[in-house]
Design a protein around this ligand. Structure first.
Ligand SMILES: [Zn+2]
Length: 320
């Protein structure tokens, strides 16, 4: 059984639903056989769905895999959004990522899996659990924190540009298999940490800072399309890649950008060099991820990547 132990609630909920589905399907099968020798109708069983975890921390993500018969297509929605799925070559096993934003309200959220053309469906409950990523207090001279009117105008314009990317229509997935780190460096600024500067709470760190000497090549974490290149006040030379299916990766503070807007890049292709542009104290790479519009820890994408290479995981992943 692919599910982790200790989540009886969800099983009871979906179990009840399965019973209901059986009652609905029995008359359908009989009618089908009588009228047109209809092919058999099967309810979607638990063994057709793999979920890496039914508990996801804020800023974390999980994997969903669905097995279908030849000719069938699975659809998944969660929190009212479509989860884009990638099929294996024979299209009988599909997978996608389930992401919880860093500040998503903890609670239980229902995922709906439907199989077409049969219309069979299953509802799964996934719980988002609060996670404290820690806090950092800094005291800085006032002139370093307060922006003048002109800079403020520039910052607003640049953040508006980024916001447009998050709101753009999803594109067809071009990513496949595992994701790889953009540079090998150690973490020098963890994901999710909140900052309090001069007693004022600031927005949390929505990416991860990796140590890297200036000039270190930065590699695309997966296949994607360059949807932004620019030089912004806070983030310096910036590249954003769209991997399709609402998976975006961003790279800040680059010394040099080696790609152009609209370029298609392959996994591992050099997209730029580590630098210290923008408002930083030294060279490093800030790497951020947006999945289904949720800000998640990029390193979690690496740690679950092995499972993306497996057709059907033998054991479930660890409890968060
Ligand atoms: Zn950063």
């Amino acid at each position: 059984m692919p599910y982790r132990k200790g989540h009886h609630r969800a099983e009871i909920l979906t179990g009840g639903y399965t019973v209901l589905m059986r009652w609905l399907f029995i008359p359908l099968i009989i009618v089908g056989l009588q009228i047109a020798g209809h092919s058999e109708v099967t309810a979607l069983s638990q063994s057709d769905i793999y979920l890496s975890s039914q508990v996801i921390l804020q800023g974390d993500l999980g994997i969903i895999k669905i097995k279908v018969k030849t000719g069938e297509t699975p659809h998944v929605t969660w929190m009212g959004r479509k989860i884009y799925l990638i099929p294996d070559p024979d299209k009988t096993s599909w997978q996608g990522l389930i992401a919880a934003d860093l500040t998503k309200k903890p609670g239980r959220y229902e995922a709906r899996v439907r199989i077409f053309p049969s219309g069979n469906e299953k509802r799964l409950e996934i719980e988002i659990v609060d996670k404290d990523y820690g806090v950092r207090r800094l005291t800085l001279p006032k002139h370093m924190v307060d922006l003048d009117a002109e800079t403020l105008k520039r910052v607003r314009k640049e953040s508006g540009k980024m916001k447009m990317l998050w709101e753009a229509q999803a594109t067809t997935p071009v990513w496949s298999g595992s994701f790889q780190r953009p540079i090998p460096g150690k973490v020098i600024g963890p994901f999710g940490r909140r900052s309090i500067i001069n007693e004022q709470p600031r927005s949390p760190h929505t990416g991860v800072d990796l140590r890297g000497a200036a000039g270190t090549p930065i590699k695309a974490i997966n296949n994607g399309k360059v949807i932004l290149t620019g030089d912004h006040f806070f983030t310096g030379r910036t590249v954003v890649l769209d991997h399709g299916g609402e998976i975006l990766s961003m790279y800040f503070h680059l010394d040099k950008i080696k790609v152009q807007h609209g370029d298609l890049v392959k996994k591992g292709q050099v997209i730029g060099l580590v630098g210290s542009t923008g408002r930083v104290t030294g060279p490093h790479l800030h790497w951020g991820m947006k999945i289904n519009n949720a800000r998640v820890d990029p390193l979690r994408l690496i740690s679950i990547s092995k499972e993306l290479e497996e057709e059907w995981p033998k054991k479930s992943s660890k409890t968060p």
